[in-house]
Design a protein around this ligand. Structure first.
Ligand SMILES: [Zn+2]
Length: 280
């Protein structure tokens, strides 16, 4: 493993740009596990579990609450815990180190906004499924996104019986409808076209160059990020593809000779890569 990591770092050092693709595996390594009925979930949402039969965060995100007051009770608590109280983790610091001095772009389905919080430039991040750092008009009447943290913190502080007081629910300054978290769970979800365009511009800029594609914790069947990244590696002659995952290393046969699969714990592997980087 150490030898492979050294090779990976050598490839990274000679790369012209870094493209990061990230999904659940990275979130889990940072303590946010959307699918687990673990201690963190029970501590945060035991009342929701009891009242609505929700067994993990993802179910809570997609649950059809009867009222805005209940929906915002769930979301505000989630935002407070994973956005407002977030402290940049070792893994994020390592990713900053690995990309230091290089042009980079990040595509992710993670919605907790941790890349931005860790200091990555928001112009170089495309959160494909939105994020819960921001909110939007629930009717999607206009395109602007608004920060959600302050409102969420207020609502999280005073909620009772899985409900927030009606007067705290944020409303659209244009049409007056209630606001909703900027996420695919919203029926009128606003796609971030600017970020999507920035991503295309990045790909164009580094077409034909040495692109280092780093894929973090994405399930092997994923068609939204993983398959397109492998396709990109197939098309780009000088690209390198590195995937980090636990027990789910999957690389297409025809890109295998320019790919690396690092199987194991995300935190340990990132720490190993950082060590290799610092040693030489
Ligand atoms: Zn509106």
């Amino acid at each position: 493993m150490k030898e492979i990591m050294k090779e990976v770092i050598a490839k990274l050092k000679e790369a012209d740009a870094v493209l990061i693709g990230a999904s659940n595996g990275l979130s889990i390594s940072e303590g946010l596990h959307l699918f687990a009925e673990n201690q963190a979930f029970v501590e945060l949402f035991s009342d929701f579990r009891e009242k609505y039969g929700i067994h993990n965060i993802l179910q809570g995100m997609f649950f059809k609450y009867h009222t805005e007051e209940e929906s915002w009770a769930f979301w505000s608590r989630l935002i407070k815990r994973f956005v407002c109280e977030y402290r940049v983790t070792e893994n994020m610091e390592t990713l900053r180190k690995l990309t230091e001095g290089k042009p980079y772009f990040i595509v992710t389905s993670n919605g907790e906004g941790h890349f931005g919080a860790a200091g990555f430039d928001s112009r170089n991040i495309y959160e494909m499924e939105g994020n819960f750092v921001e909110m939007q008009c629930s009717k999607g009447c206009h395109n602007k996104l608004y920060p959600a943290d302050e409102a969420a913190e207020k609502m999280a502080a005073v909620q009772k019986d899985c409900k927030v007081p009606s007067e705290l629910i944020p409303h659209c300054p244009v049409c007056g409808a209630s606001m909703q978290v900027h996420s695919v769970v919203c029926p009128h979800f606003l796609v971030d076209y600017e970020a999507a365009e920035n991503f295309q511009a990045f790909l164009k800029r580094f077409h034909g160059k040495r692109l280092f594609i780093l894929e973090l914790g994405i399930g092997w069947r994923n068609q939204m990020i993983k398959a397109p990244l492998m396709e990109l590696c197939r098309q780009e002659k000088k690209a390198v593809y590195v995937t980090i995952n636990k027990g789910e290393i999957y690389i297409w046969n025809d890109i295998k000779e320019k790919s690396y699969g690092l199987d194991g714990d995300m935190t340990e592997i990132l720490a190993g890569l950082r060590q290799c980087m610092e040693q030489g």
